[in-house]
Design a protein around this ligand. Sequence first.
Ligand code: NAI
Length: 333
Amino acid sequence: MQIAVFSARPYDRRFLDEAAARAGLDAIERVYFDATLDVHTAPLAQGCTAVCVFVNDRLDATVLHTLHALGVRAVLLRCAGFNNIDMAVAGQLGLFVARVPAYSPEAVAEHALALVMTLNRQTHRAYNRVREGNFMLDGLLGRTLHGRTVGIVGTGKIGLATARIFHGMGCTVLGHDPYPAPAFAPLGTMVALDELLARADIISLHCPLTPQTRHLINRDSLARMKPGAMLVNTSRGALVDTHAVIEALKARQLGQLAIDVYEQESALFFQDLSGEIIDDDVFQRLMTFPNVLVTGHQGFFTAEALQEISAITLQNLADFTAGRDSPNRVAAA
Ligand code: NAI
């Protein structure tokens, strides 16, 4: 059996190969493609029974029909979110779709913390300053996080891990989730979204991208935030209306922005564009703000998480080939 692995970076190959060897699944031939899966690259899956994809691979109706016609019967997502696959069409075609629902939620939570700490204490600017022999502190003033209020939107696995961290740091933690987890109770208080927006000094997004959550952070919700608040998004780019965020930054309503995800990230992230002209003017405008910090979707990127992703992906494949149901199977829409 062959599987076509799209968006395969060197670390994907390394961790998948190691996991296959550990699981005794070396006989499954892995065909690695650097390219993202889209309408142009889908024919590369010719002869493969499964495709293995990541967050910016596009599995819309056309791509799914193409894959199915080529004989592909399974889609293995190397991620938790599945907003990039048309599940209604996948269901009609009878495709087996499985994801990695949890892999080191702490990895993403710790990255959210890294963004908050960096932006709050400006260590990214201090690093450059000190290397140039400038030891002035002007412009590096932060706030003591102990005692500040952190709002967690989405108290699932990653949101809970984030809540635990900020609770441990002595912050007041607020949560908002239509399906509150009992495990959140000892860490903070569940409130309505409006109350969270109004009270939080730091707002961290950990809900999935759905039609209901698209542009959850928009002109209205930004106006309801505490002036000068910090917004952190390590979940999915389209939770945030980037145009509205830029306006709120310019108006000094939004104090700081840290993002690991961006609505149009598929044209930018996971590529070296350092020698290119980036023609996304919205992204480039974001880059001009001193109070904006962007990382390129690296929240998941720890050795522990990559090991788990690879092992669970291969387990999903084994379930598919054995005709077993899988707890990681994504239900058809
Ligand atoms: P999860 O499914 O455990 O938790 C999501 C929570 O969001 C659930 O409790 C759900 O009830 C809640 N929710 C749904 N709609 C909501 C709404 N309108 N408002 C508030 N909460 C809402 O998911 P998990 O594992 O915690 O992941 C969260 C998100 O993090 C994923 O959907 C994914 O987009 C993102 N992610 C980002 C990574 C990165 O590298 N930056 C890596 C992994 C996940």
